[in-house]
Write a protein that binds this ligand. Structure first.
Ligand code: PLP
Length: 364
């Protein structure tokens, strides 16, 4: 039905940022604050499929107040990065995994599939036009963060899947996620709220999951915690993940354990890459259910030596204390394996070691 492949007409911005201003932004980009000169747009309708693909000037999207997304949250997104290598070329990490996940998210949210090739072409087009916005190599951990997203733009308040859907990609230069260097984050254990339940949307990357995590996030912030740990919603026993990152536990015997995908956990590309890399590093990765008691007891006994969180934006982050209403578990003893896994992943992404998995796709 879609005229495949989707093509993207390039309409150059008439008001791009001056070189000096862009370079000033790239010198200290922060995260998610500034956006490049262009964006991708495409439209889907049942009878026409995907059409009207464009790379156009970054700017407001016009929507009717009745646009379904504003009422019923029919929206999904992705997050990946473009990395500049030493020779100036620009690459992305496993973009086909993001494309496939967006297809799975689309199924869950009753949105149309955007084929993998069209997804990759859309980011290639945007990064080509805005390549000057990909920070230079050798500046640490800088990249261009890419945010593809899709939402119900149809002006209709009836409750059904939308018959007009907009796809867009925006891009934002990103510095090292942790301004003062990598240091352990303290986590708040949500005991009152869940982010996802059986049969819900936890395995889909949708805005609604984030909306439902924010109240717990506020409680965590009030206790000086940067992120929240969510448990399974039916028994409040098993560790699931953070609001936007997966969790790993390192045991003193070399096991590296992450919660199994139960249907309410988001399958991170970083998570699955770490399962592969840790094997090659002589560790023993394991996917299984983990009780919250195992975290508390394991850190106390020294059985668990490290805890870390992972996701595209922050890569790999050591976890410090776990806090909850009325108690806390101290920070694990070490961050050594965590930092080694982090370096290994960054080495692949920045082209500092051979890409033995075929994970890298050249964009420019
Ligand atoms: C995006 C996301 C992650 C991390 O996924 P990556 O593909 O590794 O970036 C983990 N949990 C949730 C809830 C997410 O939305």
């Amino acid at each position: 039905m879609s005229p495949s492949p989707l093509t993207f007409e390039v309409e150059q911005s008439t008001t791009p940022k001056a070189d000096a201003e862009r370079e000033q932004i790239l010198a200290n980009p922060g995260f998610g604050k500034t956006f490049t000169d262009h964006m991708v747009l495409a439209t889907w309708m049942p009878d026409q499929g995907w059409h009207d693909g464009r790379v156009t000037a970054y700017g407001p999207i016009q929507l009717m107040p009745s646009a379904a997304v504003l009422h019923y949250a029919q929206e999904i997104f992705e997050g990946l990065k473009a990395y500049r290598h030493e020779d100036g070329s620009i690459w992305s990490f496993r973009p086909e995994a993001n494309a496939q996940r967006m297809i799975r998210s689309a199924h869950r949210l009753a949105l149309p599939e955007l084929p993998e090739d069209d997804f990759i072409e859309s980011i290639r087009q945007l990064v080509t036009v805005d390549q000057a916005w990909v920070p230079p190599a050798g500046t640490g951990e800088t990249s261009l963060y890419l945010r593809p997203f899709m939402f119900a733009s149809e002006a209709f308040l009836g409750v059904r899947e939308a018959h007009e859907v907009t796809y867009s990609v925006i891009a934002s230069p990103a510095g090292a996620y942790f301004a003062g260097g990598v240091k352990p984050v303290n986590l708040w254990l949500a005991t009152e709220f869940a982010r996802a339940g059986d049969g819900g949307t936890g395995a889909a990357k949708c805005g609604g999951n984030y909306a439902s995590s924010l109240a717990a996030q506020q409680q965590g912030a009030a206790h000086d915690c940067q992120q929240v740990v969510f448990l399974d919603s039916s028994t409040h026993t098993y560790i699931e993940e953070l609001g936007g990152m997966n969790l790993f536990f390192v045991y003193k015997d070399g096991r590296v354990v992450t919660p199994a995908l139960t249907g309410s956990i988001l399958e991170g590309v970083t998570r699955s890459s770490i399962l592969e890399l840790s094997k090659e590093m002589g560790l023993a990765p394991e996917e299984r259910r983990i009780e919250i008691a195992e975290w508390k007891d394991g850190v106390a006994s020294g059985e668990i030596t490290e805890v870390f969180a992972c996701g595209t934006a922050a890569v790999v982050t050591p976890v410090g204390e776990l806090r909850w209403d009325g108690g806390s578990t101290p920070a694990p003893a070490s961050t050594e394996t965590t930092m080694a896994i982090r370096e290994r992943l960054l080495d692949v992404q920045y082209g500092r070691v051979a890409d033995t998995h075929g994970w890298m796709t050249r964009l420019v």
